[in-house]
Design a protein around this ligand. Structure first.
Ligand code: HEM
Length: 343
């Protein structure tokens, strides 16, 4: 399918919107009326046509605008992209994986031609046509992970596996929900998850780590995570908290439908072939409350979930201040009907 890429912004005048098609394919993350952390992982296999699971690396109408936003972030703050020296093989693994998936599933937009180690990569939406030698960084304009993740939606961490642990040793992180690659680089799985409430105590991270240490090549896994963001802003990093933190004080009963966005991360994890590292893809989807309630079962369920959240999660996700306004506004979409299990 040819995608019509939108010309839109994720800052300043915030012109980001979802088409009807994109609203329908939004990965609404709640399969029941309440939410608690869990090891919610499942095989990352192809799903229904016209869903975000149709292709394993999803490209959508926001691609070009997101890549532009990433370039703006990197220009201001190059430390959003970092890789420790021992991660070069993993960087090439990542480039190969992303190029192969994008070219295979979106042939009208991307083409990869291999002639031995001599590869040609064409990215039509971004006007790129480069020929390079796989394995030789001097033949690319950026190091391999930076090169390809400037052309792929989502944030990316590459974690190295050693000493029965995972180490955040490389990443491209410009669209994060309030955490910092520069702070976390070099940390292990338990360390970078340190700030998360409740989940450590109920064993979520022990089990998740055990599972990931055994992740097999060719059998990626996925999970959904979510939070909320005022305005469709991609870069909600601690580094720029002074820019987006004050937005939380601008939500009113009149503008909450337009300003408040559910932010869902489709996270996929891939064992990489040469390096044995794991690529963690955090693909972010935004939807305004106004857009979300056009699907009645979502409008009915969201207030129930919000109401049931443990206070620690409300606080961690930064929802304390605006939760009452959200609940008041959403109440009219909950007609009291039972929501069946499933989404
Ligand atoms: C949050 C990274 C895998 C569960 C986070 C945070 C980071 C992160 C950086 C933010 C922590 C902060 O507040 O500073 C990663 C990486 C992973 C990974 C790189 C893979 C290598 C997983 C897995 C699970 C998980 C497999 C569970 C099954 C969570 C949860 C949160 C979290 C529950 C809190 C999110 C929220 O409430 O918004 N993760 N994670 N993570 N992670 Fe992971």
């Amino acid at each position: 399918m040819t995608i019509t890429f939108r010309n839109e912004t994720f800052r300043d005048d915030f012109t980001f919107r979802n088409s009807l098609y994109n609203i329908r394919r939004f990965p609404f993350p709640f399969d029941r009326d309440e939410y608690m952390y869990s090891v919610n992982m499942e095989p990352h296999v192809r799903g229904k046509k016209d869903s975000v699971f149709e292709n394993l690396i999803d490209v959508d109408e926001h691609y070009v605008a997101e890549m532009h936003d990433r370039a703006l972030v990197l220009k201001e703050d190059p430390l959003r992209c970092q890789a420790l020296p021992h991660m070069m093989a993993a960087q090439w693994d990542t480039l190969e994986l992303l190029m192969e998936h994008q070219a295979q599933d979106y042939p009208e937009h991307f083409t990869l031609t291999k002639n031995g180690d001599r590869w040609r990569w064409i990215n039509r939406p971004m006007g790129i046509d480069d020929t390079f030698t796989f394995g030789d960084p001097s033949t690319l304009p950026y190091p391999p992970m930076e090169y390809i993740t400037r052309q792929a939606q989502g944030d990316f961490c590459i974690v190295d596996q050693r000493d029965n642990n995972l180490w955040m040793d490389a990443g491209m992180v410009t669209t994060q929900a309030d955490w910092s690659l520069d702070f976390d680089i070099g940390m292990n799985f338990m360390e970078w998850h340190g700030p998360v409430p409740l989940a450590h105590q109920i064993g979520v991270f022990d089990r998740a780590l055990k599972f990931l240490l055994n992740l097999q090549q060719g059998k990626p896994t996925r999970r959904l995570n979510w939070t909320m963001t005022v305005n469709p802003r991609l870069d909600t990093s601690p580094e720029n908290y002074h820019k987006w933190g004050p937005d939380r004080t601008t939500v009113t009963p009149e503008n909450v439908g337009e300003k408040m966005h559910l932010r869902v991360e489709l996270q996929s994890l891939w064992r990489l072939p040469r390096s044995n590292a794991i690529l963690f893809v955090i693909r972010c989807y935004l939807i305004s409350f106004n857009e979300l309630v056009t699907v009645p079962k979502w409008g009915r369920r969201l207030p129930r979930v919000l109401k049931s959240l443990p206070p620690e999660i409300v606080d961690y996700k930064g929802l304390s201040r605006n939760r009452p306004i959200m609940l008041d506004w959403l109440a009219k979409y909950d007609d009291g009907a039972p929501t069946s299990a499933g989404i």
